[in-house]
Every structure is written in structure tokens, then in C-alpha cells.
Design a binder for this molecule. Structure first.
Ligand code: NAP
Ligand code: ZN
Length: 351
């Protein structure tokens, strides 16, 4: 089936309308009419080839929500009309030990990303959610139980939500723990909401004075302007865990020095340029760790969606028509998003 989408033909070209072919619905497939798609900073990194290796045409988008329009003969978990989501993965090998453990994002044979991943279908790489519809293997489709009117604000949970939920759970954010969230953008604002819902004492770190009140409203107990060294110094050696979502290269020592002995800072941002090498003395003299984390597995993504539905958690979103994607990217690069752009995919019909 040919559907309307938005994509780029090269790293230095803007996104433009493009017709793409979606595969026929196979026995284990679910076909989804996409209602909304969140705009992740990874979309921008990838479509502009900031990480290298982008395959063109590139159609980004991995925060997908919509409704099932067809199912394959072997699909029993979904029916036509169901409200569903798709995140950053659409397939994995299903037989390695990470896949057996429900950690498909660490698949030993490489998971298939929702866009720019390998596929036997034309054009040879996957095309993401900036499109009218998508066909996805049923195991990689999530159930959404939030009220229907919240659907657009649920979309960012599929990447920003799980990417912050998974490390917060892994490093036991909860009552009695002092947790920092660095960078209050798409991921960071979800990190604040989720860590707060888990019961941790949450400290938001931002470079944007204008986000101070918002961060408190999102659930932070304290807000630190990270450019203010006196505010930073007051929190030295006090954090159990810091989740760093910053999308740009920066000095990590400013944050590792705030960890307690045995504390961990987990990086989830993937900047275009490397961070300056961290000061190992800060780590050694406190047995501190710098770690990383990649999205989350399918079972954990479902757990996060159910947790958010139960607690009434969604993202703070600014809706855009598909045609405004380039100006949304420009604003995202200036940290001027409150706090996630979400595309109304119905506007693709106008292109
Ligand atoms: P975003 O909405 O642009 O948020 C990033 C935030 O970082 C900004 O809002 C800003 O917050 C802060 N920031 C930006 N430039 C900065 C600078 N030069 N110095 C200090 N702070 C700066 O991006 P996002 O969608 O949340 O994504 C964040 C990063 O995570 C991206 O690199 C993305 O590719 C990556 N990511 C990783 C995974 C994973 O699985 N590990 C998944 C999704 C995304 P303040 O205004 O509060 O300072
Ligand atoms: Zn993402």
C-alpha cells in the first residue's frame, strides 16, 4: 500500500512530502493507521546524519500511536479498532539471550529500529512514523489503555517515557533516593514526572531559567540552574542517581561530583560530538559510575504504559502539523520545546 509520509533525501535537505510503500500485512503483522507521532531529538540526529550511517530517503518517527486497521491470520492479541503504540523497535532476532530476557533493545543480533533499520522490504531500510500508516510485527506493538482524549500526549511515552523509565527502575529510583534529572527536554521532563511518581526526591538540572517553575510543576522537589556553580556546589556528594538526557557534548564532571559514594550517573543522550573525557579522580575517590541505557524492552515498555495509565501520566505536548517539522527541529535545537512536539498525522493528507 502506498501512503503519504514526510522524509529527507539527504542530510542537508529539508524533510518533504514523499510517498512510501508499506508491506502487505503478513500472518504476524498488525497494520496501524497512525494518529500521532512524537518528535524525538534522535529523529533530528538521524535525519541530518549527525551520527553517520543514515540511509536515505529517511522517514523518522518512533513515538507512534494509532488504531489497528488490519491484522494477520496468526495475530490474537489485537483486533481491528484497538488503540496501540509502536516505539523505537519493530523487530529483533527473538532467539538470543537478551531477547529471551525481554531485553530486545540489546538483541545480540541487532534489533530492527523503527526507521533506518535493515529490512527485506523496499527501500531496504525501515521508514518511521512520519507517515499515515505502518505495518509492524505483533510482538512489537503495545497496548494503550489511557483515555482516548489523551492519545496525542501518550505518543512520547513510546520513546521518551521508556528511555527514562527503564534506567530509573534499573537503578531503583524510589522513596529515600535523591535522583537528579539533567536536561529538561522531551526525555528529561518525562524523567521528572516518572521519578516523582516512583517516590524519589527529584532534582531537575536545567540550563534554562525559564523552565524553573515548569520543572516544579512537573514534580521536581528542587530545581538547579546547572550553569550556576554555587547552586551546583551546594549539592556535592549527595545524589544516589543522576539521569543525564542532554543532547549535546558537555562537562560530565559537573554532575559526577554531585554523586554520593557508589552513586551512578546514567547517560541516555547521544550527542553528535563526544563529551570531554571525564575526570577519573572524581569517580575513583568515590567508587562512582558513569553508565548508559538504551530505551527499554517490549515487556518493560508495556509495564511503563500501564504504570502511566494508572497514575494518569502523559507528556506535555505541543501539537504541530506535519508541514511544520523543520521549524520544530530548529526550536528543538535551541532547547525551546515545552516539552515534546507531536505531529498530528491527519495533516499528512494535505501534503
Ligand atoms: P531535547 O528535547 O532536545 O532535550 C534535550 C535537553 O538537553 C534540552 O531541552 C536542554 O534542556 C538540554 N540541553 C540541550 N543542549 C544543551 C547544552 N549544550 N548544554 C546543556 N544542556 C543542554 O532532546 P530529547 O528528545 O529529550 O533527547 C535527548 C537525547 O537523548 C538526544 O541525544 C537523543 O538522541 C537521546 N535519546 C537517547 C535514547 C536512548 O535510548 N538512550 C532514546 C531517545 C533519545 P535544558 O533547557 O533544561 O537545559
Ligand atoms: Zn526517541
Amino acid at each position: 500500500m502506498v501512503v503519504k509520509a514526510y522524509g529527507a533525501y539527504a542530510a542537508d535537505k529539508p524533510l518533504e512530502p514523499i510517498d512510501i510503500e508499506r508491506r502487505a500485512v503478513g500472518a504476524q503483522d498488525v497494520q496501524i493507521a497512525i494518529a500521532y507521532c512524537g518528535v524525538c531529538h534522535s529523529d533530528l540526529h538521524q535525519v541530518r546524519s549527525e551520527w553517520g550511517g543514515t540511509r536515505y530517503p529517511c522517514v523518522p518517527g518512533h513515538e507512534i500511536v494509532g488504531h489497528v486497521t488490519a491484522i494477520g491470520s496468526e495475530v490474537s492479541r489485537f483486533k481491528v479498532g484497538d488503540t496501540v503504540g509502536v516505539g523505537c523497535m519493530v523487530d529483533s532476532c527473538q532467539h538470543c539471550s537478551p531477547c529471551d530476557e525481554g531485553l530486545e533493545q540489546y538483541c545480540a543480533n541487532g534489533f530492527v529500529a523503527t526507521y533506518n533499520g535493515p529490512t527485506q522490504h523496499a527501500p531496504g531500510h525501515t521508514l518511521g512514523g512520519y507517515a499515515q500508516s505502518i505495518v509492524v510485527r505483533d510482538k512489537f506493538v503495545l497496548k494503550i489503555s489511557h483515555p482516548a482524549e489523551q492519545l496525542a500526549a501518550v505518543a512520547p511515552l513510546l520513546c521518551a517515557g521508556i528511555t527514562t523509565y527503564s534506567p530509573l527502575r534499573h537503578w531503583n529510583a524510589g522513596p529515600g533516593k535523591k535522583v537528579g534529572i539533567v536536561g529538561i527536554g522531551g526525555l528529561g521532563h518525562m524523567g521528572v514526572k516518572l521519578a516523582s511518581a516512583m517516590g524519589a526526591h527529584v532534582v531537575a538540572f536545567t540550563t534554562s531559567e525559564s523552565k524553573r517553575q515548569d520543572a516544579l510543576d512537573l514534580g521536581a522537589d528542587e530545581v538547579i540552574i546547572s550553569r550556576d556553580s554555587a547552586q551546583m556546589a551546594a549539592h556535592a556528594n549527595s545524589f544516589d542517581f543522576i539521569l543525564n538526557t542532554v543532547a549535546a557534548s558537555h562537562n560530565l564532571d559537573a554532575f559526577t561530583s554531585l554523586l554520593k559514594r557508589d552513586g551512578t550517573m546514567c547517560l541516555v543522550g547521544v550527542p553528535e560530538h563526544p563529551h570531554p573525557s571525564p575526570n577519573v579522580g572524581v569517580l575513583i575517590f568515590g567508587r562512582k559510575s558513569i553508565a548508559g541505557s538504551l530505551i527499554g524492552g517490549i515487556a518493560e515498555t508495556q509495564e511503563m504504559l500501564d504504570f502511566c495509565a494508572e497514575k494518569g501520566i502523559t507528556a506535555e505536548v505541543e501539537m504541530i502539523p506535519m508541514q511544520d517539522i523543520e521549524s520544530a527541529y530548529d526550536r528543538m535545537q535551541k532547547s525551546d520545546v515545552k516539552y515534546r512536539f507531536v505531529i498530528d498525522n491527519a495533516t499528512l493528507a494535505n501534503s
